[in-house]
Design a protein around this ligand. Structure first.
Ligand code: ADP
Length: 286
């Protein structure tokens, strides 16, 4: 079998177009433009690229860019004060603290200062709790993007066996919760899982977010399964995921490439979350 390739670039473009239309509608109804505050600390080149792309696409969707760049040696109190200022600013609908922050800062304490309704990364304890309880809230962007891909490609989830490889706060845990909310039978595999390949072979839907290049090979994939690769690794010959793409594409029914799969969806969902946050803050239904 040769898998259907899930085109994240195309789906992300559609999501961004929907967001841009949503912004226009909000303005036409007398609302104000959503604003995204990106907070970048230090000079990490990869983080600078990510933040630049987020800001560019935010502006392209008609939203206001409230970027703040702080020096790498900034102290905790200064960052906290900035986050409090953004939290109180009505023009700022969403606050994104770019991670990882420098070692000397307590990033958990910083994230805790972001009001749940402006937490467009879905990382606060409040939003994690709302997700766990199946209540409305802002969802982490990467797993939300995976759900949108599964929906766009009509992947059946109710009653399906879903296996999530990885249990991080950013991806694995919320991913499992979102799949559960769609009535999948969810298994979470992690670094202590015995016989990972056997566990993965159960999956109708396999989401891999372990941060280990090539962790999942064809022996770990049930024929016809949908395989979602969240990993991104920069090698000398380009970007690779956690999945051995060429071999797995021979077995799977559908697969996300790296790049061009999950990656582009993350920023698209950030924009969608920012629009949702603005809509709710302005007292309009979302
Ligand atoms: P991400 O940012 O994609 O969420 P992290 O690097 O923060 O990824 O987390 C890696 C996750 O992958 C952890 O939750 C860990 O339990 C899981 N993991 C690490 N090694 C393995 C492994 N060999 N098999 C399955 N899961 C693993």
């Amino acid at each position: 079998m040769t898998a259907r390739v899930i085109d994240g670039t195309a789906v992300a473009r559609r999501v961004r177009e929907d967001v841009a239309r949503g912004v226009e509608k909000l303005l036409a109804e007398g609302g104000t433009a959503p604003g995204l505050a990106t907070v970048l600390i230090g000079e990490d080149p990869a983080s600078e690229v990510y933040v630049r792309n987020k800001r560019r696409l935010c502006v392209a969707a008609g939203m206001a860019d409230h970027h703040r760049h702080l020096p790498g040696d900034v102290d905790q109190a200064t960052v906290a004060a900035l986050l409090d200022e953004l939290a109180a600013d009505p023009a700022v609908s969403g606050i994104l603290l770019q991670l990882p922050t420098p070692e000397h800062l307590d990033s958990e304490a910083l994230i805790a200062r972001i009001p749940a309704e402006k937490d467009v990364d879905g990382l606060t304890t409040a939003n994690a709790g709302l997700l766990a309880q199946g209540r409305p809230g802002l969802r982490p962007c990467t797993p939300a993007g995976v759900m949108t891909l599964l929906e766009e490609y009509d992947v059946a989830l109710s009653g399906a066996e879903a296996v999530v490889v990885g249990r991080s706060v950013l991806v694995g845990k919320p991913m499992a919760q979102l799949l559960l909310a769609q009535n999948a039978t969810v298994t979470i595999a992690h670094s202590r899982t015995r016989d990972l390949a056997e566990v993965c072979r159960r999956a109708d839907v396999l989401v891999v977010a372990a941060g280990i290049p090539g962790l999942v090979g064809a022996d770990a994939v049930k024929p016809g399964a949908t395989v979602i690769d969240v990993g991104i690794h920069r090698g000398e010959d380009g970007l690779h995921g956690d999945v051995e793409y060429d071999a797995v594409a021979e077995v799977a029914g559908a697969i996300t490439p790296v790049p061009g799969g999950v990656g582009p969806m993350t920023i698209a969902m950030l924009l969608a979350n920012t629009l949702t946050a603005a809509t709710v803050q302005q007292g309009r239904a979302s």
